[in-house]
Design a protein around this ligand. Sequence first.
Ligand code: ADP
Ligand code: ADP
Length: 226
Amino acid sequence: PIALELEGVTKRYAETTAVDDVSLAVREGEFFTLVGPSGCGKTTTLRLIAGFESPTTGTVRFGGEDVTGVPPEDRDVGVVFQNYALFPHMTVGENVAYGLNFADAPGGIPDERRVQELLELVDLGGMADREPDQLSGGQQQRVAIARALAPGPDVLLLDEPMSALDAQLRERLRLQVREIQRELGITTIYVTHDQEEALAISDRLAVMRAGRPEQVARPREIYRRP
Ligand code: ADP
Ligand code: ADP
């Protein structure tokens, strides 16, 4: 089944066509990556899926339902940005609980238990009382992921979540992100400019160029261009 779909989506700014007539379908439970050089329209595509932007033309569908005009808080999406800083004055647990407060805890589980479950999911059980600045960059991004997952979204959107980390941390976080995604089976759209990362982490990827996907395929089917 298709989790989300763009049909003929274009986003124009004054002088730029950031996204140019894109049609894409992402399957349920899929880890789908948008990869390509800076300026090719990855972030704009993600923002259109999240609902932070509206398309100039075209349709966005979630589970077959047209959500084109629907605001982000009414789409079942969790978003993690590159510099989605945690709230520095809140503990790790409070940061995650903040995400929970956007939605009622599923099944009426008390917040504290749900926060603990989420922290364990991202391998940070026992860290609830830490301050964000006591954590590594990779740990902080995992807290941001836990916070994004707290309301129980159907779709997880990740925009360059590793870009601030050094190569070694990046590789570890990559494996952790993929493990979290598999454990939940959550449909995930991942944005990166790093082709190697995209090939390593994805079920399928769209190689973007000048506002549109020039290839959409599984990693082993992707051909490389100089
Ligand atoms: P990427 O994420 O691949 O780096 P973006 O989606 O951020 O690409 O940007 C695609 C193009 O659209 C770029 O030329 C960028 O400058 C332009 N763009 C993105 N957002 C805006 C905006 N809010 N106003 C004007 N131009 C924008
Ligand atoms: P990324 O690094 O992920 O490509 P950017 O740092 O380029 O993202 O863009 C960050 C924010 O600035 C986004 O909200 C994007 O829409 C906006 N933006 C990007 N390019 C422009 C632009 N030329 N004019 C106005 N806003 C822009």
